[in-house]
Design a binder for this molecule. Structure first.
Ligand code: GDP
Ligand code: IMO
Ligand code: MG
Length: 417
């Protein structure tokens, strides 16, 4: 799972671990995610399916996810076309469907917020989870019966069209059009619908290895993130249990994925954001543009205060440190080790209140950079001295082992202990 603000390279790490897994499950989020996997000349950009699909591992989309049928069908078709069978994709009947009004409301609400906008991916995520909590949502299992599906769309539209017209002053949706559109999606998706909780439980009972893939990340978590600049689900590790429907004691190990620096897409506080031209340089070197929206990602130095918090709220046992190669181009590497607060005191632990976090100033320790490219290394021990020192520093400060180090986008560019 993501230990920062997303895009840490989870897709690539999941692809690696999928080799030794029997099932890969997504447990939250939806097509706001964008996970990239590079295999030789082929690049896969995945939003709805678990990243295990590239290795051909059976994949589960759990009840905690929100599903945009158009995006999911597009992905299923794409994988089939590229020679990856999708017969072992299992879609929870309890997952919620993203409906056209969710996209429209996400768009309109961001527009209305103006300067206060969250900078969402505008994929309808927040409105869909809000309807789930309001008990107005439409679930995947509702596509199994055309009559029920139409009825639920009708009930939802009666309220949504009022909002759209009167509050947001936008176009309402037509019942017949939406019903026909979703009946079409239903035909294609029905074969994938399954009791995924039972499927995962059976796999675990049979001694199989199950990997849970987080989307988004700790600081985007609805409860533990930098609210309100967060997503509307719980990416933290504990939510893997509720998002798939298994007990919490079935989870053996938590692997946090963190970049060797930090990026953030969208609005919200970001203490270690780089001021000046170095930020653009890092963006270019790291190719830091959003997978889903193409937006520029904001870039900053590694923030150990935030990472220590991620270790705490997820119970991270091990870290994968990605994109260390991107840092090869910097002579000096500031690392944020503490925050200075408004009263001038310094803290190593993440502030509990939003206004303290907004005011936090990073205190840096400057580590030595290295010039050598990292492509030639085949283990963490072979890293240039300063790069090795960077990894050691992270481990020491957090008291967590870094077991994987990313040295390039390609599937094979990862070092292990
Ligand atoms: P995710 O959302 O966490 O799966 O991450 P994204 O795929 O959105 O963004 C990570 C980007 O970094 C992708 O373009 C990856 O191909 C790339 N990437 C992943 N690991 C590494 C690495 O170790 N080095 C470099 N240079 N790129 C990487
Ligand atoms: P992956 O899985 C980075 C951000 C958006 C916005 C906030 C809320 O690829 O790491 P939402 O559309 O979820 O309501 O937007 O969350 N965000 C992400 N940022 N990576 C992601 O996913 C993200 N998913 C959502 O930019 O700030
Ligand atoms: Mg991403």
């Amino acid at each position: 799972m993501g230990a920062q603000w997303g895009d840490e390279g989870k897709g690539k790490i999941v692809d690696l671990l999928a080799q030794n897994s029997d099932v890969v499950c997504r447990y939250q989020g939806g097509p706001n995610a964008g996970h990239t996997i590079v295999v030789g000349d082929e690049t896969y950009k995945i939003r709805a399916l678990p990243s295990g699909i590239v290795r051909g591992t059976p994949c589960v989309i759990g009840n905690g996810c929100v599903v945009d049928p158009e995006v999911l069908i597009g992905e299923l078709d794409e994988f089939e076309r590229r020679g990856h069978p999708t017969g072992e994709v299992y879609l929870s009947g309890n997952a919620h469907l993203i409906m056209p009004w969710h996209l429209a409301i996400d768009q309109a609400s961001e527009h209305r917020l103006g300067k206060l906008a969250i900078g969402t991916t505008r994929r309808g995520i927040g409105p869909c989870y809000a309807d789930k909590a309001m008990r107005l949502g439409i679930r995947v299992q509702d596509i199994l019966d055309p009559k029920i599906l139409r009825q639920k769309i009708e009930v939802a539209l009666a309220e949504k069209n009022l909002w759209l017209e009167r509050v947001y002053e936008t176009e309402p949706f037509d019942l017949e059009t939406v019903a026909a559109q979703y009946e079409g999606y239903a035909q294609r998706l029905r074969p994938y619908v399954a009791d995924t909780s039972l499927y995962v439980d059976t796999a675990l009972r049979d001694g199989k290895r199950v990997l849970f893939e987080g989307a988004q990340a700790t600081l985007l978590d609805l409860d533990h993130g930098t609210y309100p600049f967060v997503t509307s689900s719980n990416p933290v590790a504990a939510s893997a249990a509720t998002g798939v429907g298994i007990g919490p004691r079935r989870i053996d190990r938590v692997l946090g994925v963190t970049k060797a620096y930090v990026t953030r897409v969208g609005e919200g506080p970001f203490p270690s954001e780089i001021a000046g031209p170095e930020q653009a340089r890092m963006r270019e070197l790291g190719g830091e543009y959003g997978t889903v929206t193409g937006r520029e990602r904001r870039c900053g130095w590694l923030d150990l205060v935030a990472l220590r918090y991620a270790v705490r709220v997820n119970g991270i046992d091990q870290l994968a440190l990605t994109k260390l190669d991107v840092l090869s181009h910097f002579a000096e590497l500031p690392v944020c080790v503490r925050y200075r607060t408004r009263d001038g005191s310094e803290m190593r632990d993440f502030p509990a209140h939003q206004s303290d976090f907004h005011a936090a100033e990073p205190v840096y320790e400057v580590l030595e950079g290295w010039d050598e490219p990292l492509d030639g290394c085949s283990s963490v021990d072979e890293l240039p001295g300063a790069a090795r020192g960077y990894v050691d520093f992270v481990e020491r400060e957090l008291d967590v082992e870094v077991t994987l180090v990313g040295t390039g986008a390609e599937r094979a560019a990862v070092l292990s202990r």
